[in-house]
Design a binder for this molecule. Structure first.
Ligand SMILES: *[C@@H]1O[C@H](CO)[C@@H](O)[C@H](O)[C@H]1NC(C)=O
Length: 312
């Protein structure tokens, strides 16, 4: 492992999504447009929530945080993938590769915990409505957001310290469009099977813990909604169904990556694209289009800043 005159890999080669030139040009256009939608959609949500005082409540602060996280989740892999579509040799430096592993795990784990925090917020709002503003005060809300980032950071650090120490001495082809951790581990010049299982288990523990907590809070919420009056219930149910949709979109693919890996290359690539592009795109769409408050805020924003000025 510590042979003095071995050559170490300084860059990796990505295979990308496709080998065909024409198809890659099509993919370039498609993913560029999707990425612009992701960035602008999520920025619009953040701007709406921070500028509109009607939306200054924990639920919307958390939603703004989710948009922020989604935007960065996509930015870890998508810009590189998009520019690589037009490149003949798709290389990534060792540092670039390690950063992708680190940030992808940091942000994804942070987002999972954030989804739990959002579920907890809904649980308090629906099951303990009278105490909502004392329980979910701004300090606790910020504290919980901090917890989600800290968890993501620790989780990603635990991967980074292992992976930068691996001996990369020869093979450097990665059959994906970014440095996906299991694929990087396979390139190490050592028997990495146990390490691979350990790393997957690490991700699996985070995912299963978060998913269990989510199931518990939504079960409580649904039971409470079921027992309460019809009118309040339908509003609560519509908010929660948006949350549950996002949770499903996030966690169901996760099961096939970590808990029950199928090891089918096209499926793995599809799931990776799903996480980098479709999740960050769907979250803002689901929350804004289904949420009346967000739609009203959008209308107010447009008439305030872009519409004709009436009283000036
Ligand atoms: C995230 O949540 C915190 C705490 O509620 C809030 O102060 C902050 O503005 C939010 N961040 C964004 C980007 O909206």
């Amino acid at each position: 492992m510590d042979g003095g005159n071995q050559t170490w890999v300084s860059e990796f080669i990505l295979f990308g999504l496709s080998q065909s030139h024409g198809f890659q040009v099509l993919l370039f256009v498609m993913f560029l447009i999707l990425y612009l939608f992701i960035v602008s959609g999520n920025i619009i949500i953040i701007v709406l929530i921070t500028t509109d005082h009607h939306l200054h409540s924990p639920m919307y602060f958390l939603l703004a945080n989710l948009s922020f996280v989604d935007m960065w989740l996509s930015s870890v892999t998508t810009p590189k993938m998009v520019s690589d579509f037009l490149r003949e040799s798709k290389t990534i430096s060792f540092t670039g590769c390690m950063s992708q592993v680190f940030f992808a795990h940091c942000i994804a784990a942070g987002e999972m915990v954030l989804l739990v925090v959002m579920a907890y917020d809904r649980y308090v709002a629906i099951c303990k409505p009278l105490h909502y503003f004392t329980i979910m005060n701004l300090r606790r809300c910020s504290g919980l957001v901090l917890v989600s980032w800290t968890t993501g950071f620790i989780h990603a650090m635990s991967h980074l310290v292992v992976i930068v120490e691996l001996p990369f001495c020869g093979p450097k082809e990665i059959d994906s469009f970014f440095c996906d951790m299991p694929l990087v581990i396979k390139l190490a010049c050592m028997d990495s099977h146990d390490l691979d299982i350990l790393m997957n288990a690490d991700c699996g523990v985070v995912a299963v813990t978060c998913f269990t907590l989510l199931l518990i809070s939504y079960t409580y919420i649904l039971i409470t909604v079921h027992q309460s009056s019809k009118s309040g219930a339908s509003k609560a149910l519509s908010t929660c169904s948006a949350h549950i949709t996002v949770v499903m979109i996030f966690f169901v693919p996760c099961i096939f990556i970590y808990v029950w890996p199928l090891n089918i290359i096209w499926l793995d690539k599809f799931l990776a694209v799903f996480y980098s592009v479709f999740t960050p795109l769907l979250n803002p769409a689901i929350y804004t289009l289904r949420n009346k408050e967000m739609k009203n805020a959008m209308i107010r924003f447009i008439s305030n800043y872009l519409g004709p000025k009436e009283n000036s």
